[in-house]
Design a protein around this ligand. Structure first.
Ligand SMILES: *Cc1c(COP(=O)(O)O)cnc(C)c1O
Length: 412
């Protein structure tokens, strides 16, 4: 069974006040996911920079910030969201790519940590803005590891990061240009469930830190292992064993770093692992259609959740009040977009569905509402937050037609 924090009755009460469709997030689950990550790394100075792009809502970033988390931003609006949540300075890391000048300017204004995606950005930053006292570089470990997955691809094919050779050149040049403090970053995994991937990544990074020390006499202040911790979208998948990840990385930290007299702090920038299983898309059945297949037509569409259409991703679906009914019907669950891949599920076994049924699409808390778009004139729906005291707060209203037309120039 998938978790859902409300009883059917409570949900129906909420729907009376906030009509479907909406995403609803659970504060308690978000907080406990964050604590579990912290606990896994309680043996080392550790910081989680929540990846704002997963759930770019200041209220979500703020509730994590209240518990000590920072923010990982990769655009100017995301920097502003982090700042709206009260974050500044080294509580923000900017991990962007193909970065415009204005983003660097805003990051420097906030005194955020800047994580450079390319060696050429060093001169670009020095020339167009200025170099900060501290810099981080993103390493692409394609020279060592070329596994990968569907979302992020193989490191050698990935546009991100510096090559091994460039990493050494970058720290050397930055030192010559007056930068004094350094971090190192990578992100190779995405939605990864296997412990070993995280250990291999840590091992590569720790060895690189030792090499940087030996070759350049630079001691890194922190190593950021990126995001990419997966969640079990399917019922038969198991959550990442964060305790095993923490323990395994602890061992490597001692064997590689401490042995070489290095003690950098560690960081991650998880999005999915924090909010993924703490959000649900709640939607009502608008039409049933029986042609060559059986279709359930919802009042939401891929503008509210792109992952199934984009990656063929599985999202579990349950039907309110029919949780214990036999799954003896097969449906395609669709939205209303004029795109045939606008389907939340294909050939899904579900109980018999009626018009007006409420469907809960699970695990939509990360990279869900955030990926929304307006194709076909579709408007993005509201976001609700279920607080720990049981109150429900609307943390983003639904878009209106006026919002949709706001950017048009209708002058003749
Ligand atoms: C997307 C992204 C993340 C978060 O990824 P999750 O899979 O949500 O953990 C972290 N860092 C960077 C640089 C990203 O692009």
């Amino acid at each position: 069974m998938k978790n859902f924090p409300l009883s059917d009755l409570q949900l129906l009460e909420i729907i009376k006040k906030f009509p479907t469709p909406f995403h609803i997030y659970d504060e308690r689950t978000i907080r406990s996911n964050y604590q579990r990550l912290l606990n896994a790394f309680n043996w080392v100075p550790f910081k989680e920079y929540f990846a704002v792009k997963a759930t770019p809502n200041p209220k979500i970033v703020k509730l994590l910030a209240d518990d000590g988390a920072g923010a990982d931003c990769s655009s100017l609006p995301e920097l502003l969201i982090a700042n709206m949540a009260g974050l500044t300075g080294k509580n923000i890391i900017m991990t962007s790519n193909d970065t415009p000048i204005e983003e660097f300017e805003e990051a420097l204004k906030l005194d955020a940590i800047i994580n450079l995606d390319d060696i050429s950005h060093l001169d670009f930053l020095a020339k167009n803005v200025k170099l900060p006292e501290m810099l981080c570089f993103r390493y692409n470990p394609a020279d060592i590891s070329n596994e990968g997955n569907d979302i992020i691809g193989k490191p050698a094919e990935a546009k991100y990061g510096l090559t091994r050779k460039q990493i050494f050149e970058a720290y050397k040049s930055a030192t010559e240009l007056g930068v004094k403090r350094f971090g190192l970053h990578t992100m190779v995994a995405s939605n990864e469930l296997y412990t070993q991937i995280f250990l291999t990544t840590a091992e590569i990074m720790f060895n690189l830190a030792v090499e940087i020390k030996h070759k350049l006499d630079i001691e890194l202040e922190f190593i950021n292992l990126g995001g990419g911790i997966g969640i079990p979208y399917r019922l038969d998948q198991k959550p990442v064993d964060l305790e095993a990840v923490g323990k395994g990385i602890h061992k490597l930290y001692d064997e590689i770093l401490v042995k070489n007299n290095l003690r950098p702090s560690l960081a991650m920038e998880s999005g999915r692992a924090i909010t993924g299983n703490a959000g649900w898309l709640v939607s009502t059945v608008r039409h049933l259609k029986h042609t060559y297949k059986n279709y359930v037509g919802l009042d939401s569409c891929m503008a509210d959740l792109m992952r199934p259409a984009l990656y063929g991703a599985y999202h579990h679906i349950s039907v309110v009040g029919k949780e214990n009914k036999p799954l003896d019907y097969i449906y395609d669950v669709t939205g209303s977009l004029c795109e045939n891949n606008d389907k939340f599920a294909i050939d899904r076994e579900l109980p018999k569905i009626d018009v007006g049924d409420i469907l809960i699409i699970h695990d939509t808390g990360a990279h869900g509402h955030a990926m929304g778009f307006n194709y076909n004139g579709k408007l993005r729906h509201a976001e609700l937050l279920l607080r720990e005291n049981g109150e429900v707060e609307m943390i983003r209203r639904a878009e209106t037609i006026d919002d949709y037309f706001a950017t048009l120039n209708l002058e003749s």
